[in-house]
Design a protein around this ligand. Structure first.
Ligand code: C2E
Ligand code: CA
Ligand code: CA
Ligand code: CA
Length: 273
């Protein structure tokens, strides 16, 4: 989680780090152009009945010499260089394509970077992704962090409104980690709040954290939004979240991000074992 805005390789020697970054950008460009990226899928479970309700698509880069590079490291690079537009379009289409092969009740959640929503290019990309794959709009969820709304730009809101008018769901990701999560709830009618893993994890030892998560769930209910708890790593947390009425949960205890082949097993095996 901390890796999100940090380039870990900067911690080495600064000179090497800059070259490293340059090299990584070149490689990323090739990777995007040659389709060397892959999507992994992390299951999300509905807590009332313990069933898989959908998956979050998480991009992976298997670098020829560096091995697996974390999206926490290469997404910021893609954002800085503008490559995120091409990368994000690929992720969206690939995620819709894969999900279109799943049973109809399963949804697919896709992460979006702010840059993808600026200007007026996103609407057509979204419509293409849906029509080309035949995925029903209400099976797609777009996850945005509040940094998306920070830009205060009308085209970003327009893009999200257009998505909603098509029937696509919009979720607020990493809720509670920014400076003004609350005020963003007024600016856009999100369908879902994803409670950040830092809050979820600390519920294990902090009553205050439990109170905060309870309050977020109540707030979401009152605003007709559902809630997904992220980073659920233990049965204890899962039980707590079920008890306080969280809608869905996602985390290593329930299932790690997996390649598409493994999702089939989970989908057709039915219930969590
Ligand atoms: P995120 O959207 O908050 O995704 C959740 C991250 O938490 C994922 O890391 C996931 O593997 C990890 N995670 C899930 N359950 C647990 C758990 O129980 N414990 C712990 N410790 N971690 C858990 P990942 O896959 O490394 O992705 C990191 C971030 O990179 C994502 O955070 C998201 O912001 C970004 N990202 C990933 N794929 C995409 C993409 O296709 N587009 C964009 N724009 N960003 C992406
Ligand atoms: Ca996410
Ligand atoms: Ca998140
Ligand atoms: Ca996060």
């Amino acid at each position: 989680e901390d890796g999100r805005n940090t380039y870990r390789f900067f911690e080495q020697d600064m000179g090497t780090a800059v070259n490293d970054r340059r090299e990584l950008i070149t490689d990323l460009r090739t990777a995007v152009a040659n389709g060397e990226l892959e999507l992994y899928f992390q299951p999300q479970y509905t807590l009332v009945d313990d069933r898989v309700s959908g998956f979050e698509a998480l991009v992976r880069w298997n670098h020829p010499t560096r091995g697996m590079v974390s999206p926490a490291d290469f997404i910021p690079l893609a954002e800085d260089t503008g490559l995120i537009i091409q990368l994000g379009e690929w992720v969206l289409k690939e995620a819709c394509r894969i999900a279109s092969n799943w049973p109809d009740h399963l949804r697919i959640a896709v992460n979006l970077s702010p840059r993808q929503l600026r200007g007026h290019a996103f609407g057509p990309v979204l419509i293409d992704a849906l029509t080309q794959t035949g995925l029903k709009a209400d099976r797609l969820e777009l996850e945005v962090t509040e940094s998306v709304l920070l830009t205060d730009s009308e085209d970003v809101l327009d893009s999200l409104r257009q998505a909603k008018s098509l029937g696509v769901k919009v979720s607020m990701d990493d809720f509670g980690t920014g400076y003004s999560s609350l005020s963003y709830l007024r600016r856009f009618p999100f369908d879902k709040i994803k409670i950040d893993q830092s809050f979820v994890r600390s519920m294990a030892y902090s009553d205050d954290s439990i109170s905060i998560v309870k309050a977020v769930i109540e707030l979401a209910n009152n605003l007709n939004m559902t809630t997904t708890a992220e980073g659920v790593e233990t049965k204890q947390l899962l039980d707590m979240l079920t008890e306080i009425g969280c809608t869905e949960a996602q985390g290593y205890y329930l299932g790690r991000p997996m390649p598409v082949a493994s999702t089939e097993e989970l989908i057709y095996a039915g219930e969590r074992s």
